[in-house]
Design a protein around this ligand. Sequence first.
Ligand code: NAD
Length: 438
Amino acid sequence: MTTIVDGTVPHSVLAPLVRGLCINAVNMPRTVIPGTAVSGGTAIPETALIIDISSAFSKNSDGGVLFNEESAAKVLNEAYAAWEFEMVPSGAEAVRSTGSVKKQPSCIALNGENGLLALYWIDRDLDSALKRRAENDSSFIEETVPPAQSTDITPRGLSSKGRGDVVKNRIAVVTGGAQGFGEQIVLGLASSGALVFIADLNIKGAKKLADRINAAGGRTAAIAVSLDVTSEESAEALFKTIAETAGGLDLCVSNAGILNAGSVMEQELKSFKFTTEVNYVGYFIMAKYSGRLLKLQSLTSPAWKTDIIQINSKSGLEGSNKNGAYAGSKFGGIGLTASFALELVEYNVKVNSICPGNFFDGPLWSDPEKGLFVQYLNAGKVAGARTIADVKAYYEGRVPMKRGCEGPDVMKAIYYLVEQDYETGQALPVTGGQVMLH
Ligand SMILES: NC(=O)c1ccc[n+]([C@@H]2O[C@H](COP(=O)([O-])OP(=O)(O)OC[C@H]3O[C@@H](n4cnc5c(N)ncnc54)[C@H](O)[C@@H]3O)[C@@H](O)[C@H]2O)c1
């Protein structure tokens, strides 16, 4: 239930309900963008699906207007089913089972008591939806829906498509996406056809990366948004932006993290708390606000599975000498993952952690000035090491597979978790055998 004082429901509430509705009909991701402002006297295209949601509004004892999201979701689903039935009188299920081409409205108008509340344009991806809006093109989206019962000898679900296809046209956010593992994940998702919000404190770096990706791909595949994962206001604003820009979300990668090493006997409390704040509290904040958006969207798409994935660490699975603040925050993160998974399963949100080994080629280790290799060399941490290469060789030698963890290793774990719809609450190691389950 949302309380609305002035009678208008924000796009950040309505758009996810519409997105869920459209996903539910075709079992594929959709992008939903708002039409022109209602006050501008928006004309509703003739082929738009118009749904009256006035029954979702009520008044409380003080005369304030309330909007009930659950009853709006019910009205939306019923109206869509009626529209489908009208389009295909033999029944929408028949279309599903024969695997024929299915029509979907590309424009949905929501009406309240006093007329138009909001108008949405729908398509497979952001650029197509923007083009439709610009051209006022409300022709139906035609989708070939695979048959529910395949007669093929390969049972449905056992054959694997291209691995990256699992995120094609999905909407994702990656925190700390401007560099390091986050950058690798952004590049992986964008090159697999997802729309990725790069959310980072370093907005300049995030913008630079988004520009590079969009120029190389010739489409809008990445959007930079400023975020501080330790701030609730910042997180709330991020998910509002995502809902208003693309209609909703399929995947939240909580990756932003910091490492402040130090002896338990010497580390400053401030430094310990800061690590906990970013790595542990920051993950809670991201799960809180992404969870709210995913829950809202699921009201109209109860069968659609979505994901929250935390980038944890091998230090979340075993102790890390003189690095307790980091390891503690990561161990705690796995407790959060398991707990959030139990709660959010009701909304078909899977919650999992990935625990990578050391990313030696990333800035954390390889930055020529501040990287861990140069720090360890200068501190004499590796006996006999005279160059950065010596320090690197020492750490690589500790991994059974003799190399550090890289972007593609983490991406395979992400694709697995998104594709796997029968697992939640897990911590998945990607360590080249350095940490084994015990
Ligand atoms: N690098 C490794 O060897 C390694 C190994 C295992 C796990 N990890 C984990 O992977 C994740 C990324 O690590 P990395 O090494 O790529 O880090 P990195 O330092 O290279 O990049 C971190 C990014 O997060 C951003 N960031 C920092 N604080 C933020 C905040 N409060 N709000 C929003 N953004 C913020 C930074 O601006 C930066 O872009 C972390 O969670 C880390 O614990 C890293």
